[in-house]
Ligand binder design. Structure first.
Ligand code: MCA
Ligand code: AMP
Length: 500
């Protein structure tokens, strides 16, 4: 019996003594010991009664055991559901209610809160920043061999929530095939091998840090310098002994802001990859001038994994996201009909990388995933004669701040619920570090309400990175003749004052 992802990513390393992870304290974790740890945690899962297809919610720090827990879910046939560690209790409430997990793994500091949300039906185990917790204690006592649960290509491997334009997060259901096909395409295209050493400074609760970075490393047997978070000094220190960096544009603007970045520093680096947000052409050019290396920009989504990439060998063009990945079709359409090269349209994508649908949301799934298999991304693009894609805008109302996606509707709903608020519009303005940052224009019903009071009400409801950095109290929101709020006008009006 086979297990699509486990057999490809983890099983081959059972006797591999090479280093998989190097942690911040200098500890090396071999591939072989990682495989054993995965098995130990898989035992913990089945001992807790987890069955194939059950969801395991994970809001845990970035640790070796957190990745082993991902591997264990794959091996035990469970569905891995990672959550941003910044999410508040009220955000967690929704995810837990929607996903109905059998187990939630969290930092011990959140255990009481999460146990209260779960009620009695769900197991709660802990995994804290120091690496201790009830999950690890249980795992330590387990056998290092585990009978892998069979799972096929179309079985669910992960459920990743992505905020929506309607304000409600949608659980994107990703199959073993979705994840493996993408990992294979990227590993081939970017020529990742066991000789590589990846600087891993991304969070592991999103596609970029979890699947793009770790699935490709596992597939290739590469070494990973596993950092708890992005820290400029650590990254600079590790560059000379590494070959690969995957990051969001903020990583690159921060590197450019550091005088130590030069040709000599990066001479052993083979590839710098950027994604999750638009990389400014000037960042691309400045990086090449300083280092002699051209950043490779790629484009993806939670629902589709990676869609396009600039070539490894060949022209990496600033301001473009490259060609459709092998096995992935990309069309630029007008209402589903392909438009001519050079014309702007909706980016649609089809392939083994495209998810199965949104959990519990058949109508949303039908709206965004066509019967012919094409997924409507909400991004606007153009395709050149030779198939190179450039993203020129977004039809969806979305702010990308430091690589995190923030949907204005979700924030507007929270602000509009505050007593004394008539209406609000949340929009993004340019930010030198994060690319974009969040601002809110608010029309009051109660003139006594002030920006500080609104901020205080928003605070416990939304993760910190979603908080508007500035509130503008205004008499009226600019609207077009259809009555739609003109966010471009707000952006123009308030860009100059900045978001603070
Ligand atoms: C942190 N803060 C932020 C952000 N990050 N605010 C807005 N946007 C952000 N991205 C706030 C914190 O709440 C805190 O606020 C203050 O900044 C400092 O927090 P700290 O954690 O120290 O920040 P940092 O270390 O400077 O983090 C910036 C970062 C990080 C390294 C750019 O945000 C990051 O790792 N981003 C990557 C996100 C990512 O992986 N995206 C991929 C999504 P205060 O001080 O006020 O309390 S996957 C995806 O998009 C698709 C599929 C794709 O194509 O990849
Ligand atoms: P997520 O909701 O985290 O899945 O983010 C997906 C969105 O991030 C895409 O729909 C794009 O709008 C954006 N994105 C990802 N990569 C890029 C890129 N290289 N350039 C511009 N936007 C990007």
């Amino acid at each position: 019996m086979t297990n699509t992802l486990y057999d490809a990513l983890i099983a081959p390393h059972a006797e591999n003594n090479a280093i998989f992870l190097t942690l911040d304290d200098g500890t090396d974790i071999s591939y072989k010991s990682f495989v054993s740890r995965v098995a130990q945690i898989a035992h913990v899962l089945t001992d807790a009664g987890i069955k194939p297809g059950d969801r395991v919610v994970v809001q845990a720090p970035k640790l070796m055991d957190t990745i082993a827990l991902y591997g264990a879910c794959v091996q035990a046939g469970a569905v891995y559901l990672p959550l941003n560690t910044a999410y508040t209790q009220s955000e967690l409430n929704y995810f837990i209610e929607d996903a109905t997990p059998t187990l939630v793994v969290c930092d011990a500091i959140n255990e009481a809160e999460i146990t209260a949300i779960c009620g009695g039906d769900t197991h709660v185990m802990t995994l804290s920043k120091d690496g201790n917790g009830s999950l690890t204690t249980r795992a330590d006592a387990q056998n290092t061999g585990f009978p892998t649960v069979p799972r096929g290509p179309d079985d669910l491997a992960a459920l990743l929530y992505t905020s929506g334009t309607t304000g409600r997060s949608k659980g994107a259901m990703l199959s073993h095939k979705n994840l493996l096909s993408n990992a294979k395409s990227l590993t081939d295209l970017w020529q990742i091998t066991r000789d590589d050493r990846l600087i891993h400074a991304l969070p592991i609760f999103h596609t970029h840090g979890l699947f793009v970075a770790l699935n490709t490393s596992l597939l290739a047997g590469a070494q990973v310098r596993f950092m708890a978070a992005f820290d400029i000094d650590t990254v600079i220190d590790e560059i000379p002994s590494s070959t690969l960096l995957m990051g969001v544009p903020t990583f690159y603007t921060r590197l450019l802001g550091d005088a130590r970045l030069n040709r000599e520093l990066v001479k052993n680096m083979r590839l710098f990859v950027s994604g999750s947000a638009p990389l400014l052409a000037e960042t691309h050019t400045e990086f090449e001038d300083r280092t002699g290396q051209r950043i490779l920009e790629r484009y993806g989504m939670t629902e589709t994994n990676m869609i396009t990439s600039n070539p490894y060998d060949g022209e990496r063009l600033a301001g473009t996201v490259g060609y459709a990945l092998p096995g992935t079709e990309v069309e630029i359409t007008d209402n589903g009909k392909p438009v001519a090269p050079g014309e702007i349209g909706m980016i649609e994508v089809r392939g083994d990388n495209v998810f199965l649908g949104y959990r519990n949301m058949p109508e949303k799934t039908a709206e965004e995933l066509r019967e012919n298999g094409f997924f409507i991304t909400g991004d606007l693009g153009v395709k050149s004669e030779d198939g190179r894609i450039s993203i020129v805008g977004r039809q969806k109302d979305l702010i990308i701040s430091g690589g995190y996606n923030i949907y204005p509707k979700e924030i507007e709903d929270v602000i509009n619920d505050i007593e004394g608020v008539l209406e609000s519009a949340v929009f993004g303005v340019a930010h030198p570090d994060f690319g974009e940052s969040v601002m809110a224009a608010v029309v009051l019903e109660d003139p006594k309400l002030c920006a500080e009071a609104i901020a205080t009400s928003v605070e416990p409801k939304l993760a910190r990175f979603k908080h508007p950095r500035r509130y503008i109290i205004t008499d009226v929101l600019p609207r077009n003749t259809m009555g739609k709020v003109q966010k471009n006008v707000l952006r123009e009006m308030y860009s100059a004052i900045g978001s603070g």
